[in-house]
Design a binder for this molecule. Structure first.
Ligand code: DSN
Length: 418
C-alpha cells in the first residue's frame, strides 16, 4: 500500500497506515459508514482523476472525453436498471450536493420547503439554520409522534395544507423506521409540491430490495453513495423522465463544476455489484443484525427509540442507564467500539451532550458478523454502560471487543501489501 507515498512522504503514509490499523481493530458502528470494496478503492485512485470534464456525454466542454463518456453512459444504464428509475444523474460529489442540485433545478429563493426536523432524524441540508440553504429558502418542519416516535403523518399532512410548501422532503439520518412514501407523495400531490426523498442512509437496502423503494413515489430521489450503498464518497440523483432536462441543467451548470470521474468510475462498478446476490445477502443481514442488536440491548434495559428498527440503524435512549450520549460514545470509543452520540426525539439534553447514541450495522455486517457476534457486542455495550468511567472495566471490555473483531478482517489478507 502507498508504495510511492511511503518514499516521498512517509509522514502522511504513516497516518494512512494508522487509520487502516484503527479501522481494522475497531468495531465501526457509525451508521453513515461502510467499508469500500477494494474495487471502489482502486477505481477511486484510477487515472480518471486526471480528467477534467464538464457537461454530459456528447456535450462536453473539453476534448478527450470519448472514454469517460462511455463510463458515464454505462453508469446510467446500470443505475437505472438497479433502481428501476426513469432517469439518473450521477455527477453529484456527495449526498449534500445531490440535494443542492435538486434545489437549484426546481426552486427559487424564498420558496418554502417542508422537511423533517434535524433533531428528530432529518439532515442539515434539509433546512438547518446552520446550513446555507436556510438563507435561501423558507423551511417548515415536521417530526415524529411523541408516543410512537414514528413520523406523524397526520401532522405532516395538516402542516403541508396550511403552509403550502413548494417541496416536501422525506428521508433522514437517524430514523430507524420505514417511511410511508406513498402517503407523503399523496400529500405532496394535493398541495402541488415537489416530493423529494433523500435516501442516503438506506440506498444499499433499497438497491438490494430489502426495504421498499421511494423511486416509484418521489419526483426526485437523492443519495450519497457511501453509506449502506458501500461505494465511493459521492452522490447521485434519480428523477422522473419529465424532470430529466431540468435536473441535468440544475446539476451542471446549475450547481456543480467539473466532474470527479474517478468516483464516477467507482460508482459504475458499484451499480453492478449492488445487483449481485452477495450484496443482497449482506444487506439482508444488516437488517437482521440491527434488529438483533435492538432486541439484545432492550433485554439489558436500554430503551430503543420507536421500539426497534426496520433498517440498518438504531437509536438508543440512555436515560434509563443514567448516562448521556457523550459519556457512552466516549466510553465505547475507549474500548474500540465506534458510535456517535445522537439526539433522541424530544431530547432534554443539548446536541453537544444528547441522551442517545446512533448505532449502524453496515460495516460490521460487511466483515461477516452475524447474530452470535451481535449478542456479544450488546453484552460488551452493556458492560461499558454499567461503569463507563471505570478504567478496569473499560480495559476488560476492550479485550472482549478486540477478541471479537480480530476474527473478522476488514480487508482480505495482503490486500494493501506492495
Ligand atoms: N449525515 C451524516 C450522518 O448521517 O452521519 C453524514 O452523512
Amino acid at each position: 500500500m502507498l508504495k510511492f507515498t511511503k518514499q516521498s512522504d512517509p509522514e502522511i503514509a504513516a497516518l494512512v497506515g494508522e487509520e487502516l490499523n484503527r479501522q481494522e481493530h475497531n468495531i465501526e458502528m457509525i451508521a453513515s459508514e461502510s467499508t469500500a470494496p477494494l474495487e471502489v478503492m482502486e477505481l477511486s485512485g484510477s487515472v480518471f482523476t486526471n480528467k477534467t470534464l464538464e457537461g454530459y456525454p456528447g456535450r462536453r466542454f473539453q476534448a478527450g472525453s470519448e472514454i469517460a463518456d462511455k463510463v458515464e453512459r454505462l453508469a446510467w444504464e446500470r443505475a437505472k436498471e438497479l433502481f428501476g428509475a426513469e432517469h439518473v444523474n450521477i455527477q453529484s460529489y456527495s449526498g449534500s450536493t445531490a440535494n443542492y442540485s435538486v434545489f437549484a433545478s426546481v426552486l427559487n429563493p424564498g420558496d418554502k420547503i417542508l422537511a423533517m426536523r434535524l433533531d428528530q432524524g432529518g439532515h442539515l441540508t434539509h433546512g438547518s439554520p446552520a446550513n446555507w440553504v436556510s438563507k435561501i429558502y423558507n423551511h417548515v418542519f415536521y417530526g415524529v409522534d411523541k408516543e410512537t416516535e414514528r413520523i406523524d403523518y397526520d401532522a405532516l399532512d395538516k402542516l403541508a395544507k396550511e403552509e403550502k410548501p413548494k417541496m416536501i422532503i422525506a428521508g433522514a439520518s437517524s430514523y430507524p423506521r420505514l417511511i410511508d412514501y406513498e402517503r407523503i407523495a399523496k400529500t405532496a400531490e394535493e398541495v402541488g409540491a415537489y416530493f423529494m426523498v433523500d435516501m442516503a442512509h438506506i440506498a444499499g437496502l433499497v438497491a438490494a430490495k430489502v426495504i421498499p423503494s421511494p423511486i416509484p413515489y418521489a419526483d426526485f430521489v437523492t443519495s450519497s453513495t457511501t453509506k449502506t450503498f458501500c461505494s465511493a464518497r459521492s452522490g447521485m440523483v434519480f428523477c422522473k423522465e419529465k424532470y430529466a432536462k431540468i435536473l441535468d441543467k440544475g446539476t451542471f451548470p446549475g450547481s456543480l463544476g467539473s466532474l470527479m470521474f474517478h468516483t464516477m468510475a467507482a460508482k459504475t462498478w458499484s451499480f453492478k455489484y449492488a445487483a449481485s446476490q452477495e450484496f443482497h445477502d449482506i444487506m439482508q443481514q444488516v437488517v437482521v443484525n440491527a434488529q438483533k442488536l435492538a432486541e439484545e440491548l432492550a433485554g439489558y434495559g436500554f430503551r430503543i427509540v420507536s421500539g426497534g428498527t426496520d433498517n440498518h440503524l438504531l437509536v438508543v435512549d440512555l436515560r434509563g442507564k443514567g448516562i448521556t450520549g457523550t459519556v457512552f460514545q466516549d466510553a465505547l470509543d475507549a474500548v474500540g467500539i465506534t458510535v456517535n452520540k445522537n439526539m433522541i426525539p424530544f431530547d432534554p439534553e443539548k446536541p453537544s451532550v444528547t441522551s442517545g447514541v446512533r448505532i449502524g450495522l453496515t460495516s460490521v455486517t460487511q466483515r461477516g458478523l452475524k447474530e452470535p457476534e451481535i449478542v456479544e457486542i450488546a453484552s460488551i455495550m452493556n458492560q461499558v454502560a454499567e461503569a463507563p468511567t471505570d478504567e478496569a472495566n473499560l480495559a476488560a471490555c476492550k479485550e472482549r471487543a478486540e477478541a471479537l473483531i480480530s476474527k473478522f478482517p476488514l480487508y482480505p489478507a495482503g490486500a494493501f501489501e506492495d
